[in-house]
Design a protein around this ligand. Structure first.
Ligand code: PLP
Length: 397
């Protein structure tokens, strides 16, 4: 018999994907240059040259028997050591190679981490706005997502609201900073306040409440802003990292989980991560891309292009009368829907070939997401369309 649960997941397209597919049909009809597709978070900036250089070197100089062979389930120890050294030198993270587990991207890092810590009846707090796949990842692990809204317009977490949402069944909270879809970087003050709440609740309930740091956008922060490294603030932390966005390698599927060596019962927590990876089949991440990592740590695609895109969009759209939260990182702009019906607004935007994503699936129905990991030229070409849309809605008057 087919699993009803999986059938539903496989047949129900995400709204983002639906808009993207619509965009592809529209591009075929009227030409790609006439469609302004802000739907997906697919990095548009090429991977830095070090990626191609290192891959060429690996392919030329590594014996095939090693290059294409299985590594240990958790990933090659040399690679894990390089990651730990980098994290310790950069963030004083207290990272231990024996507490790192290589995965196929942040999605796998999250599913493995959640599977490692969720027991029957457990709840996981997600902060809205959030990456919609959290719902899927938490539920597949047997948990229940509990949504706590971050107040507009700055979307920093609200520690009192988090405290009120924690119950004896809370096993974890996911923090995603820089955030998809708001672009917000969680400030050090917010981190400290949240961690104080978590510490107090752990004491009250007598069991760990894990902090899962979802960090695929860590290096995409603008204006010199620091993104606090969460193992420094809270011991029961698991960092879910991915090279998808920092190196523009989303299709290669490579990332890792760092279990804080200061976590309670850290050895067993890590073993549970290894067990979850094993049970989900996420063992031995792609070997070639594991071996790529040491040379690329601390390197990024040219994020200045994303910053330029952010500035062009933010400055122009604000002038046109749209209400925006200025993103501090990632490559998403969060806009308050100028119409009470956000879906209707996104439909109206389609009239001008503007493809933007309504916020309901992110837990913020009054907002829309504009993904600006696109070419600067497309952004320039899209401005008259945004202007016409603003005029039709009488914005800025
Ligand atoms: N977490 C967030 C917040 C994301 O935006 C994404 C991808 O867009 C992921 C996790 C998954 O990343 P990956 O492609 O590395 O699996």
């Amino acid at each position: 018999m087919i699993s009803e649960k999986m059938l539903a997941l496989g047949t129900k397209r995400s709204v983002i994907r639906e808009i993207f597919e619509y965009g592809n049909r529209r591009k075929a009809e009227i030409g790609a240059e006439n469609v302004f597709d802000f739907s997906l978070g697919n990095p548009s900036v090429p991977a830095p040259p070090i990626v191609t250089e290192t891959l060429n070197d690996l392919i030329t100089n590594t014996p095939a028997a090693k290059l294409h062979a299985y590594t240990t389930a958790a990933g090659d120890l040399g690679v894990r050591t390089a990651i730990a050294d980098y994290l310790n030198a950069t963030y004083r993270a207290d990272a231990d190679p024996q507490k790192i587990y290589l995965t196929v991207g942040a999605a796998a890092s999250l599913t493995v981490s959640l599977t490692a810590i969720i027991c029957e009846g457990d709840e996981v707090i997600v902060l809205a706005p959030f990456f919609p796949e959290y719902n899927v990842f938490i539920r597949q692990a047997g948990g229940t997502p509990v949504v706590v809204s971050c107040p507009a317009p700055d979307f920093q977490p609200d520690p009192a609201a988090v405290a009120a949402a924690i119950t004896p069944n809370t096993t974890a909270i996911i923090i995603n900073s820089p955030n998809n879809p708001s672009g917000v970087v969680v400030s050090e003050d917010s981190v400290k306040a949240l961690c104080a709440v978590l510490e107090a609740k752990q004491k009250e309930y007598g069991h760990p409440i894990y902090l899962i740091a979802d960090e695929p956008y860590r290096e995409l922060a603008y204006d010199g802003l620091d993104v606090p490294y969460l193992t420094k603030y809270y011991n029961n932390t698991l960092v879910c990292y991915s090279f998808s966005k920092s190196l523009s390698l989303p299709g290669e599927r490579i990332g890792y989980i760092l279990v804080s060596s200061k976590a309670e019962d850290a050895d067993n927590l890590y073993f549970a991560v290894c067990g979850a990876g094993r049970s989900l089949g996420f063992v031995c991440a792609p070997a070639l891309f594991q071996y790529l990592i040491p040379a690329c740590l601390g390197q990024t695609a040219d994020v200045a292009i994303y910053k330029q895109n952010r500035d062009t969009l933010y400055n122009n759209l604000t002038k046109m009368g749209y209400t925006l939260s200025k993103p501090q990182g990632a490559f998403y702009l969060f806009m308050k829907s100028p119409m009470a019906d956000t879906d209707a607004f996104c439909e109206k935007a389609k009239k001008y070939e503007l493809l933007i994503v309504p916020g309901a699936d992110f837990g913020t129905p009054d907002y829309v997401r504009i993904s600006y990991c696109v070419s600067p030229e497309m952004i320039e070409r899209s401005l008259p369309a945004f202007e016409s849309l603003a005029k039709e809605l009488n914005l800025g008057e």
